[in-house]
Write a protein that binds this ligand. Structure first.
Ligand code: PLP
Length: 355
């Protein structure tokens, strides 16, 4: 007998590399290439003046962030839950809503953290194969289950499911909680957010990490019926009430981002334009590129192996994401960077493909 027999064994989620070297083109973790809204800098400067507040515990409800979200999305505050990135929000949601003997359903190709949380919390789950074209067949979600999780748009496929199909999944699973993870929704597709008034089993999760350029601030949000949000808060406050830092830190910065709608629209539009151009350029170079509703492309080359392209790019300090997994090991996931970063990618690809 050893302490090791009493230790929870988990295989952790592996995020994309964060290379230390200075001169890299980093297109591997779906970060936004543009800085956050300028008001965020003002909020951080104010923090220096207010630094003495650090001696106190923060507001557990992160009221000023919730109020800013309430105003931005036109949703009452009791429909809103915030956490330390959507990873925290999703982990809390798995723990709260998936306490059943029946399996939780999610696609076989999706955000790989879902499987890790299910394993960690010992939640029974069943992966459902996407169709060959990587789209979802909504009939697959009409079987008995203990919950459903759908990333929409999906990652790493970049494909968005239409809102009517999303609603059918929610309405055909009224006895389970359906989580729609909308990490990329601002880049395309229709949000399920308005459906929270109609379905009390729906939880819509979003993040400041992608479209708002604030991955480092760790801010995630969930929207749902007051009942579903109250359940989520009860579990969160049974683990650690103080995960969100003071208003003047994370929360002030987030509110500043929400308040600048034109900067948000402008940077999202810029990424969408670069995405259109990138799709065209990669297609010309012999890639098959899936139609993206996100800030990344999922592409497969007609003749060259994905792993070889991945390594060739890495040798030139250009990082994209390669998944050594069944069904997708012939694909690369490429985050949309600035036009200048993308130019470096195109030149490197041309050189690698012509070797
Ligand atoms: C990036 C991402 C997340 C996590 O985002 P954070 O808010 O940074 O924790 C969640 N789900 C999907 C599908 C993502 O791509």
């Amino acid at each position: 007998m050893s302490w090791k027999d009493n230790t929870r064994k988990v295989t952790p989620y592996v995020p994309g590399e964060q290379p230390k070297a200075g001169d890299v083109v980093k297109l591997n973790t779906n970060e936004n290439p543009y800085p956050p809204a300028p008001g965020v800098a003002d909020a951080l400067r104010k923090l220096a003046d207010d630094y003495a507040i650090m001696r106190k515990y923060p507001d557990t409800n992160a009221t000023s962030l919730v109020d800013a979200l309430s105003e931005f999305y036109n949703v009452p505050s009791d429909n809103i839950f915030v956490g330390v990135g959507s990873d925290d929000v999703l982990a809390m949601s798995f723990l709260t809503f998936f306490d059943s003997d029946r399996p939780v359903l999610f696609p076989d190709i999706t955000y790989s953290f879902y499987e890790v949380w299910a394993e960690t919390f010992r939640i029974p789950y069943k992966t459902v194969a996407l169709k060959d074209d990587f789209t979802i067949d909504i009939k697959d979600y009409e079987q008995l289950n203990g919950g459903v999780v759908i990333a929409n748009p999906n990652a790493p496929t970049s494909i968005c499911l239409d809102i009517d199909s999303v609603e059918k999944i929610i309405s055909s699973n009224k006895d389970s909680v359906v989580i729609i993870d909308e990490a990329y929704i601002d880049f395309g597709g229709v949000s399920a957010l308005p459906l929270i008034d109609k379905y009390d089993n729906l939880l819509v999760v979003q993040t400041f990490s992608k479209s708002r350029s604030m991955a480092g601030a760790r801010i995630g949000v969930a929207f749902g019926s007051p009942d579903i949000i109250a359940s989520l808060k009860a579990v969160k406050f049974s683990i650690n009430s103080y995960t969100m830092s003071h208003d003047s830190i994370r929360i002030g910065a987030a509110a500043a981002s929400l308040n600048d709608r034109s900067y948000f629209t402008e940077t999202v539009d810029r990424i969408i334009n670069t995405r259109t151009e990138a799709t065209r350029r990669l297609t010309e170079m012999g890639f098959e590129v899936l139609e993206s509703s996100t800030n990344f492309l999922f592409a497969k080359h007609k003749t060259h192996k994905a792993v070889d392209i991945f390594n060739g790019l890495r040798d030139q300090n250009i990082y994209v994401r390669y998944f050594d997994k069944p069904r997708i090991n012939d694909h690369l996931r490429i985050t949309i960077g600035t036009p200048e970063e993308m130019d470096k990618l195109y030149s490197a690809l041309e050189e690698i493909l012509n070797r």
